[in-house]
Design a protein around this ligand. Structure first.
Ligand code: GLN
Length: 252
């Protein structure tokens, strides 16, 4: 049945190509590998960040390994975090990967692969600053990255007046350093990387975490075929230890 469908499909394709005046390709023509187009946001170390001008990180490597398994070439586009889900929904990108948390709201817009990592929302504070525990957040200005779950929690729990949003996580941390905000609510892995990157700024992470989340790959709702292929590839990468070794390379 599958075979018949494939034959019908190629026949239709040939007809369509002939109609466009193109030469139908024979099976032994060499094809460029198909592109897996991924939207991401490059200020989320160690999942995606720049090293010597090159976009690197856990998500970039996992996506690369998935693309390889699918016989595709990975192409990444760095855009604002809050444009990733709408971009995938609109079909501008095949996948969105940027430590994206699975949430009920996002599931209305896109499908998600199986989860490949866990994220914890934490709070970065400044020595001598207004926030020294989660209880202090009610009277504070909280820095977040636009469109993130950190923003959604902060505005939902404390009101929009208590939240300042930034396109980049690095800008939210700069705002904490210069006193524009009293704390930053974001995911633990970039929080640790950003605190480490600013050793003299008196920054630290509150011990009490805000909440725990699952990261997964956002895929267009209509592309269930790609979703199935990605889940199969991910399962292989889990089974053969590749996923863990990529994570261990970036998170010590
Ligand atoms: N995990 C958070 C979210 O999905 C933040 C992701 C990010 O800032 N790249 O909203």
């Amino acid at each position: 049945m599958k075979k018949l469908f494939a034959v019908l499909l190629s026949a239709m394709l040939l007809l369509a190509m002939a109609a466009c005046g193109e030469q139908p390709q024979t099976p032994d023509d060499t094809h460029e590998p198909a592109v897996l187009h991924m939207a991401t946001e490059g200020t989320f170390p160690p999942y995606e960040y720049y090293d010597n001008g090159q976009l690197v990180g856990i998500d970039i490597e996992v996506a690369g390994a998935i693309a390889e398994k699918l016989g595709m070439t990975l192409e990444t586009t760095d855009i604002a975090f809050d444009s990733i889900i709408p971009g995938v929904q609109a079909g501008k990108y095949d996948i969105g990967m940027a430590g994206v948390t699975v949430s009920e709201d996002r599931l209305q817009q896109v499908n998600f692969s199986d989860s490949y990592a866990t994220g914890v929302q934490v709070v970065i504070v400044k020595e001598g600053g207004k926030v020294q525990s989660l209880d202090d957040m009610a009277d504070a200005i909280i820095g977040t990255q636009s469109g993130t779950t950190g923003f959604i929690y902060a505005s939902g729990d404390f009101g929009d007046d208590h939240v300042k949003s930034f396109t980049k996580t690095t800008d939210a941390v700069e705002a904490l350093k210069n006193g524009q905000v009293d704390c930053v609510l974001l995911d633990n892995a970039p929080a640790e990387a950003l605190v480490d990157a600013n050793p003299d700024a008196g920054l630290s992470i509150l011990e009490t975490a805000y909440t725990v989340e699952d990261y997964a790959i956002a895929i267009n709702k209509e592309n269930t075929d790609l979703q199935a292929k990605i889940n199969a590839a991910l399962a292989e990468l889990v089974a053969d230890g590749t996923l863990q070794s990529i994570i261990d390379k970036y998170i010590k």
